[in-house]
Write a protein that binds this ligand. Structure first.
Ligand code: DG2
Length: 248
């Protein structure tokens, strides 16, 4: 019976978070710092007695690595896992691989922030011959022909909610503690939905890497209160760092 428990976890620092490049669907790995963040995230779960019964992740290695490390730290490496492209990061279009600071310099703050944080302005499409396209990647054989060339946050919400309804919500309703390990923007999409944040206000929300965000939900899966980070001080510092990415 309610309240139900949902744990959201953005992956730890990735190679391209470190080098300040737009990542999207490019499959970069965790840095050593990112692995340490994931370990700490799992320890926080264990200390809080919040033990996942089931895991949902994206198809991207940085989320999968993070979940494995965190679950191991919480002695929960054995839980069942479901993975879906619908939890992938927002596809960053032609920006994938680009340096965030250079992009800010080249296009100016207004355009840069429109691409990063507007609700419905996607970056330009990535070309099918770009080294960072996902067209032709076997991992997306299921959606062959529909692999995104770019996405806005709105598009992410539209492709994520069917998965929430079909896979995550039913797991929550069985009373399982559900962990979702995903990405800055796919988790912004989920938090927007859960908290009913407006299209304008969501621009201000940033998700830090590696810190579990815990929701208690009622029988209709409506949050009983705001989500709580297990390390609020580190979360605030981490969110501020994300917000200022690209800026000097
Ligand atoms: C980052 C988010 O995604 O970048 O795609 O560059 O969570 O997978 O590291 P993640 C990316 P911003 O939208 O915060 O610039």
């Amino acid at each position: 019976t309610a309240p139900y428990t949902l744990i959201l976890l953005r992956h730890g620092q990735s190679e391209w978070n470190k080098s300040n490049q737009f990542t999207g669907w490019v499959d970069v790995r965790l840095t050593d710092q990112g692995k340490a963040e994931a370990q700490r995230g799992g320890e926080l779960l264990k200390e809080a007695g919040l033990l996942p019964d089931i895991l949902h992740t994206s198809l991207l290695s940085r989320a999968i690595q993070t979940a494995n490390i965190a679950l191991d730290a919480a002695d929960r490496l054995w839980v069942p896992v479901k993975r879906s492209w619908r939890l992938n990061e927002r596809h960053y279009g032609a920006l994938q691989g680009k340096d965030k600071a250079q992009t800010l310099d080249e296009f100016g703050e207004e355009q840069f922030m429109l691409w990063r944080r507007s609700f419905d302005v996607p970056p330009p499409d990535i070309s099918d011959s770009d080294p960072y396209t996902q067209v032709g990647d076997v991992r997306y054989a299921d959606i062959d022909g529909e692999v995104p060339r770019t996405e806005s946050l709105k598009i992410v919400i539209d492709r994520l909610l069917p998965y929430w309804d079909a896979e995550i919500a039913p797991d929550l309703k069985t009373g399982k503690t559900v962990m979702v390990t995903a990405h800055g923007n796919s988790l912004r999409a989920l938090v927007k939905h859960l908290d009913g944040i407006s299209d304008e206000d969501i621009a201000e929300l940033n998700i830090p890497t590696g810190i579990p965000l815990v929701y208690r939900l009622d029988e209709n899966l409506v949050p009983l209160g705001p989500g709580e980070y297990l390390d609020p001080d580190a979360a605030a510092a981490g969110a501020a760092a994300v917000a200022s990415q690209g800026k000097k």
